[in-house]
Ligand binder design. Sequence first.
Ligand code: BYC
Length: 394
Amino acid sequence: MTPVTSPPRGRAAGADGPPDGSGPGLEAEDVQAAFDAAVAADERIEPRDWMPDTYRSTLVRQIAQHAHSEIIGMQPEANWITRAPSLRRKAILMAKVQDEAGHGLYLYGAAETLGTSRDELLDKLHAGRQKYSSIFNYPTLTWADVGAIGWLVDGAAITNQVPLCRCSYGPYARAMVRICKEESFHQRQGYELLLALTRGTEAQRAMAQDAVDRWWWPSLMMFGPPDDESSHSAQSMAWKIKRHSNDELRQRFVDICVPQAEALGVTLPDPELRWNEERGHWDFGAIDWQEFREVLKGNGPCNEQRLHRRRTAHENGAWVREAAAAHAAKHTATHATGHTADHAADRTAADRDDRVEPAAAGPAQPNTAPDTAPDTAPDGAGAPSASRSTRSRA
Ligand code: BYC
């Protein structure tokens, strides 16, 4: 029987080829074919696998935009931390905003596995050379906006991001698993906040409705331009970076929101919303794509403010980065010196034992010091994936 072997992935399993994937004996067509086969078989592409340059740059573009959205997205909600109406609401909101910072870190980490540094990406964001989600260029005018962001913006984010957990690029997919778990909590807190308002006074109900009226259409724009204007979708779907088109996900989101709006007791600001029996979906009105394009060009209500705050926060944080780098350098130096001293001490003791009473040394004890632990790079940066281990064994 012919043994079943896994296809080469552009580098020898035993790492006897250079990490750029040009392993010995593998021609350009071989690595491309191996990559295509892995994508077709729904296997994960890992950082050290060969990948087409355009696959890499597409991922960097999308992951960078995503990471930037997470950290810029902290601003509109952080605006309400000091004015949260109770200690409970304040604690929840602070936790949520901190989660967004964490999401940014996971994503910048995933981008780093593709060979781009966080500094480089932040520089591009600050220079206006990379995008972040259009949604964060709208203002948070009332407390109810915090609820509407949770319900609609995080709801749209989950709809878009759950399929990204199956993205063909391993580190991005794994980051998305964690992010989606937290986004679910964010969505629930927004829904619960709005529910408290719609069950409150007349003024609170009006405030909730006003927030939903303002956030509904921008939330639909989060999914990106319509499919026939989406320049990247076809290729990204062929590579299984994206699993669904922008319009498919937008429709899914509308279908989820309509019954939720009813349960909340708010109306969605679209007179054309109608159940379409034939399609089995809700029909909805035309999106103002001109507004979307303007926001992307930098002309949204808060573009300037968001970028200005981000740049200022980055500049003001310079001393933190310097202090952290100095601390890390000091720690490394101390650790290295301590490490050398420890080993010297061990050697001296061993020598002494050998000299004095070799037979009494006893069985060797496993060294459990943390510095002997195997390299565990974050999120697949260096760690072999399960699929790769399987291939190596095959
Ligand atoms: N805003 O060919 P297309 C969060 C750009 S954070 C701005 O369809 P693609 C949260 C697009 O980049 C949520 N730009 O692109 C955080 C492209 O421009 P370039 C963020 C947009 O990539 C804190 C051009 O339009 N989520 O939830 O195939 C607090 C053509 O578009 C937008 C993600 O980033 C937009 N809305 O599809 C609370 C998800 N839409 O690059 C919540 C990951 C499109 O050629 N990203 N553009 O200059 C994706 O899934 C995809 O990138 C998109 C766009 C669906 C967004």
